[in-house]
Design a protein around this ligand. Sequence first.
Ligand code: ARG
Length: 461
Amino acid sequence: MTDRDAPLWSGRFSTPPAPEAEALGRSVAFDVRLAPQDVEVSIAHARSLEDAGLLTADEAARLEKALREVGDEIAAGTFEFQPADEDVHSAIERAVTDRLGDVGAKLHAGRSRNDLVMTDLRLWLLAAHRRIEDGLVRMLRALVEHARSHAETVMPGTTHGRLAQPVTLGHHLLAHAWALARDLDRLHGWRGRASVSPLGAGALATSTLNLDPTRTAERLGLEDRFANSIDAVGDRDVVQEFVADATICATHLSRLAADVARFSDEALGWAVLDEAYSTGSSMMPHKRNPDVAELARAKAGRVLGDLVAISTVLHGLPLGYHRDLQEDKEAAFDAADTLEVTLAALAGCVETLTFDPEAMRTATLAEGLYTTDLAEALVKQGVPFREAHRRVGELLRRLEAEGITFNALSPDDWTDLGLPDGAALLDADRAVRARATPGGPSPQSVLQQADALERLLAARG
Ligand code: ARG
């Protein structure tokens, strides 16, 4: 074996790895995405070696330059990977050593790929988190803006997907917004736990080289250094938690997407999709399909698959680094990519959605929406709720039997019910305003909710 063909760890081996073993272990096809982070982390490490007196300033500077060149080549697609480059870390170290000889060969002192890969991955996830946060903020702004314009737009609220009580469109939209605001908050909490540098943990037990992990963490812009070196290289809860948060967020987006598809269903006609966010049919010329919403609805399953994958890898694994942990990256990348692209497309789809307040108002003419209001009007007169519910129910039974609606009731019928002014209650505007409870569907509550969400977004900066 020439040095160049051999893995970095080949010193005590006399035979090269079997090709199938090499094929199974090679991760460079996917972990090449960590190249920019690997370069930054390697530079920070080189500077720490310099601080510890293990590299001269000139050596550290040459390493930094070579690392940047290799990073640029990988980014430009001109870098030549060798068969022995097991992963991106080996490839970069090998390439730097090809360039600088002994100076390159000094780079790996006091570090292991175990602490290196986790530092790289944390930085990658933190960058992905920024983009996801931007997507979430964009989506929240779109929902809040629509909600403000439709604080007074009445529509039938549903339970079990069936007509229930009148609400405002603004209230319905902000229900989605609050869920996504919690996702923003959850991911923000994750960020604090993720912003910890494992570098200096080495393979598992730090090193004898007097490196300063706190200084390295500062160089990387991370808030803290590891507290325990075995934990730093052996756990992946930072990945699992990120993917779990992504799963919850993707689930929320899926439910929002389901509403977008439902509202824009021509049978309902409550919203119209912008052409830029709908798709035609290859066969039926009239079609305007909600593919963006449908795909956003489906992607949650894929992200959950990533969570199942990473969780299954981790469970039952004894402490310390195991090669099993290499399986964390594809799940993490896929969850982040999927969430990012879904958020962007669905945000655009929601931003450009046009609602049809008239169609929604027409749907609120369904009288069933007001039966609870009738029962509650009786309650206000001292009738026990169970009794009120029964009375309205019996009236409904009579109407159904006679094939008539509330509109056909005479003033005497209303008086018999105990509500001489009952007919006036069959009104959506009145029904939503009568629900003055904070957090309820009234126009005033919608505007208060919109203010609160905007304050929350402003506080996030
Ligand atoms: N490619 C490896 C991973 O992703 C890097 C760490 C390898 N460490 C080792 N001891 N083989 O986990």
